[in-house]
Ligand binder design. Structure first.
Ligand SMILES: [Zn+2]
Length: 293
């Protein structure tokens, strides 16, 4: 064997050894990564199990202290596509319906919490105000929809008792004087969410809203801005109100996501969580962060 041939064999052996070492290193890395993935999946399952257990019948009083620690995965801040930062934990869960009317003086007291909605977000000059707690969320939502090329606009936000009474009486006339029947379509003054400024009708208060791209967009995105479809199909026996595709209520981002996840109405959610329906009556200084699991 010549010296040249010997060198060739040694080089070939070294190359083979190097290849084996590289293959071993790659195999070790793959095994480590795989184990890490398994560990992550397991901890995800554990934390979501814990979270869903906490969901069940947590008394309202313990929410604020415990759930923040137990569910760190809930986002605190949502940054909208148009760059607005929204507090995901803030919410308003005041329940208004025929069984839970507002006090008579609410109509006067709520005025100090109302702000004017800029006309680039609305298509109605008759009613133009919204609760200031809701303002950053509703304007961010409309701006995001418009940035997506969807012509979402606020049609009817806050309504005073006087405006509500006017609408209610018109509905009573429309149904031949049957007040109870009229109330399933237009709420009596003091029993309408519109009297709080925490909700809005969008674009039009008509059934055909359901067939618009605005409605489709809302179904996909409204919860990211804290809004829920307040009067869903087949829930009239719970809400007392007909299905209204155009009527959306602000409850807060994390609340909206949880309500949608549970597939419940606001009535059922308040009941489930054992909240006082008058929670955060006026908002602003009385509003607390609704930290829910
Ligand atoms: Zn409405």
């Amino acid at each position: 064997m010549t010296e040249k041939t010997k060198n060739k064999i040694i080089i070939a052996l070294l190359a083979a050894l190097l290849a084996v070492i590289i293959a071993l290193i790659v195999a070790i890395i793959v095994v480590i990564r795989y184990n890490e993935d398994i560990a992550n999946v397991s901890s995800d399952i554990i934390s979501s199990d814990v979270a869903s257990n906490l969901d069940d019948n947590q008394p309202a009083s313990s929410d604020a202290s415990s759930s923040k620690i137990d569910t760190p995965s809930k986002p605190e801040i949502f940054v909208t596509p148009t760059g607005v930062e929204l507090d995901a934990n803030f919410g308003r869960l005041l329940l208004i319906n025929a069984d839970n009317p507002l006090p008579d003086d609410y109509d006067t007291k709520v005025r100090e919490y109302l702000v004017e909605i800029d006309d680039k977000y609305r298509n109605n000059d008759y009613v133009t105000q919204i609760h200031k707690d809701v303002y950053p969320y509703i304007t961010a939502m409309v701006a995001a929809a418009q940035a997506d090329g969807v012509d979402l606009q606020v049609w009817s936000p806050f309504r005073s008792y006087a405006v509500q009474n006017d609408l209610f009486q018109r509905q009573v006339d429309r149904v031949g004087g049957d007040e109870a029947l009229a109330a399933t379509v237009v709420a009596r003054p003091g029993t309408s969410e519109h009297n709080t400024g925490l909700c809005a009708d969008f674009n039009m208060a008509q059934d055909r809203f359901e067939n618009t791209e605005m409605y489709t967009w809302m179904c996909e995105n409204a919860e990211n801005y804290g809004f829920i479809l307040r009067y869903p199909k087949d829930k009239q026996h719970i809400t007392g109100v007909i299905y209204e595709s155009w009527h959306w209520r602000f409850v807060g981002i994390n609340n909206a996501k949880l309500i949608n996840e549970l597939g419940v109405t606001l009535e059922e959610f308040i009941e489930m969580k054992k909240f006082d329906p008058t929670i955060d009556m006026y908002g602003d200084d009385s509003a607390t962060e609704q930290i829910l699991d």
